[in-house]
Design a protein around this ligand. Structure first.
Ligand code: WTA
Length: 659
């Protein structure tokens, strides 16, 4: 985060939207953007109603727009009915897109498979019919623990077609994390695969499901549907397990979409907060899909002949909104990519863009930063060694992009001609919130620029008062918006407490610190809570600490983030063992053991980069761990803070030294 704070002080470059881009843009020029912004601010209900009528197909039209009577539990288009899958698939068959390619799937080893809108529709219907035959219906919840594949999108869409609320769990999460989500969401169905392929290696998935289901509390799960990805050997429970192809293949290729209320939960996606277990962020059907589709058109400037590629995994919100739903609702052809950016070499992204003639490319700063390093070292994998002339727009998401990485992306990938949309948003917001509109907004490297029409983003102080330009504060959204979080599954109190603290008078608290410059551009400064952002993945320090103290050797643990040139932040854990403090080789060996333990408890993304052992942790006299000091120590900086309240100042010296 340090990068973006510095950049607010030094960054002065401005890039105007290129004239040829403006001429063809869906939102062309500042005046068009301003007109939308003003229309939305003047009469929000009329603005949103118009968008929802224009962009979605309703089986029962809504008469109400925003219902605030149970604030902060807001409802949008509450008496309307629709089906999300019908809006993504059937709508395209009616629009003349039946034989258009919907998905270009590129496997880890480079095999390409294409599927048209008609074929995707048919496959979704087959799986939905199969689910019906197994007795599944509207109102149930499914867990989807699948690799990046056409089948994962089919699974999500088939659930949506029947009104089954899905909860996708990223394939990198452990059996224990999976178990937590299966039980919390009360799933009756699990969809998975035998294995997934990443960087040339097969990684098991089904065994984690078996392990999770054996942990107890999952009795509601009636079936585990297994997509055969590799044919690898797996255990089989004939009473519960059934092959994806056996469920779907023989079914009819039409399936009446089940109309659901606009507020029906389309999905629940778990994400980290500062305290406790991950929260199940609940999203709606109508408002969510509206924003997914609208931001495709506004922010990605979607056109019929675009080839869109979002490199996220469907296990994260980006893969929900900008793979499983948005691009399909917008009728685009998109890439679904199974692999990793570094396999078979670090030119993989550029080769795929070249081969598939990708026109819109959306990825995370971490990927860009790591590819800068590799392409500086090897010209053969440098973007300049590929024909990237098909690109017309680039995007960034998940963490602040430092100006240096922005400039490299702009110059080397975008050839200096492609605008970059640096999109700020969150699992909770459902879609983009603060971002350039590429045909209208002047770009500043490192800033996510301005708010989208209808999104009342602002920076406020601790009592909700607006702060002046150039001053840091809390990023809030003042008015509700259609794709906003509807609640935390099973925990309404935590929803209110986390996002609508009373002192802010009803504003949505994003959890990020930010500032606005004199042009109204937002600069994100990082989280204000104990949430880490490692390679664009959100993790709570508490989660990692709980995993550490669950190890029999560990007495106490405190976890902080340290700025990292590639991953944005890196996890540093300070650990007190129940035995004496290890040193030298023993400390290294125990550190490795604990890092592997965390990977097993939560998933490899949570593995601390470094573990330091202490006789104790820095605490106040009342026993509170002083994390801000640990952050300074982890970053290797000198302590300038007041440490007079510290019970044991000598401990800082001990913890300052890496093992
Ligand atoms: C951070 C990912 C700066 C931010 C879509 C936010 C960003 C958290 C940006 C949400 C950006 C996301 N610039 N920071 N363009 N985009 N963030 O829920 O801290 O995985 O609160 O959603 O990522 O992460 P989440």
């Amino acid at each position: 985060m340090a990068n973006s704070i510095e950049s607010t002080l030094v960054e002065t470059r401005v890039f105007q939207p290129p004239q040829n881009f403006v001429e063809q843009a869906n939102v062309a020029g500042q005046a068009s953007y301003q007109a939308l912004l003003e229309a939305a601010d003047r009469d929000p209900d009329a603005f949103w109603a118009k968008q929802a009528r224009e962009h979605l197909h309703w089986t029962k039209p809504f008469t109400k727009v925003l219902d605030e009577s149970r604030a902060p539990f807001f409802e949008w288009f509450g008496d309307g009915e629709l089906n999300v899958s019908a809006n993504c698939l059937d709508a395209n068959l009616k629009n003349g897109n039946a034989s258009k390619v919907a998905i270009i799937f590129e496997s880890d080893d480079g095999v390409v498979k294409k599927i048209t809108y008609q074929q995707l529709h048919d496959r979704v219907c087959q799986l939905a019919n199969g689910l019906k035959a197994l007795g599944y219906k509207k109102g149930e919840r499914s867990i989807i623990y699948m690799p990046m594949s056409i089948e994962a999108v089919v699974a999500m869409q088939a659930c949506a077609r029947l009104g089954i609320t899905h909860s996708v769990v990223f394939g990198g999460f452990s059996a224990k994390s999976l178990h937590e989500r299966i039980t919390d969401v009360g799933a009756s169905l699990v969809l998975t695969a035998d294995e997934q392929m990443r960087g040339g290696k097969a990684i098991a998935l089904k065994p984690a499901v078996d392990e999770a289901l054996a942990m107890g509390g999952c009795e509601a799960v009636r079936h585990c549907i297994v997509y055969k990805r590799t044919g690898g050997k797996i255990a089989w429970d004939a009473k519960r397990d059934v092959w994806f192809h056996d469920v779907a293949d023989k079914q009819a290729t039409t399936c009446e979409p089940v109309a659901v209320g606009a507020e029906h939960p389309l999905f629940i996606l778990y994400t980290s907060g500062s305290t406790g277990k991950p929260k199940g962020v609940q999203h709606s059907s109508g408002g969510y899909l509206l924003w997914a589709k609208l931001t495709m058109q506004w922010v990605f400037d979607a056109k019929a002949n675009d080839i869109f590629w979002c490199t996220a995994d469907v296990g994260w919100v980006t893969g929900h909104t900008y793979i499983a739903y948005g691009p399909l609702a917008a009728g685009l052809t998109q890439i679904v990519f199974e692999g990793v950016p570094t396999y078979p070499n670090a030119g993989r992204f550029w080769k795929t863009i070249q081969d598939q003639k990708v026109s819109i490319f959306y990825t995370a700063p971490t990927a860009i930063r790591s590819l800068i390093k590799t392409s500086d070292a090897d010209a053969a994998v440098h973007p300049k060694s590929f024909d990237l002339s098909s690109l017309r727009l680039l995007g960034s998401v998940g963490e602040p992009i430092n100006p240096e990485a922005w400039m490299w992306y702009h110059t080397n990938v975008g050839g200096g001609r492609c605008p970059i949309v640096d999109t700020w948003w969150q699992t909770e917001t459902g879609g983009h919130m603060i971002t350039p509109m590429p045909g209208a907004t002047p770009l500043k490297p490192g800033s996510c620029t301005t708010r989208l029409p209808g999104i009342t983003a602002a920076i406020v102080d601790e009592v909700g008062g607006d702060v002046a330009a150039g001053q840091g504060g809390f990023l809030v959204i003042k008015r509700p918006w259609p794709s906003m979080i509807r609640g935390i599954w099973g925990d309404p109190e935590r929803y209110v407490k986390s996002y609508f603290p009373p002192e802010l008078g009803g504003y949505y608290l994003a959890g990020d610190g930010a500032q606005c410059d004199k042009d109204g551009c937002f600069w994100i400064m990082g989280r204000i809570d104990d949430v880490l952002n490692v390679s664009g993945h959100r993790l709570g320090t508490m989660e990692v600490e709980s995993a550490l103290v669950a190890h029999e050797m560990v007495a106490e643990a405190a976890v902080v983030g340290r700025p990292d040139a590639t991953t944005g932040e890196a996890i540093v854990a300070f650990v007190v063992l129940k035995r004496t403090r290890p040193e030298g080789d023993e400390a290294l060996a125990l550190g490795k053991q604990l890092r592997d333990w965390v990977a097993k408890e939560i998933g490899p993304i949570a593995k601390p980069k470094e573990i330091r052992f202490g006789d104790n942790l820095p605490k106040t006299r009342s026993g509170k761990i002083m994390r801000r000091l640990l952050r300074v120590v982890a970053a290797g900086e000198a302590i300038t803070q007041d440490i007079s309240t510290l019970e044991n100042p000598a401990i800082l010296d001990q913890l300052s030294k890496p093992v």
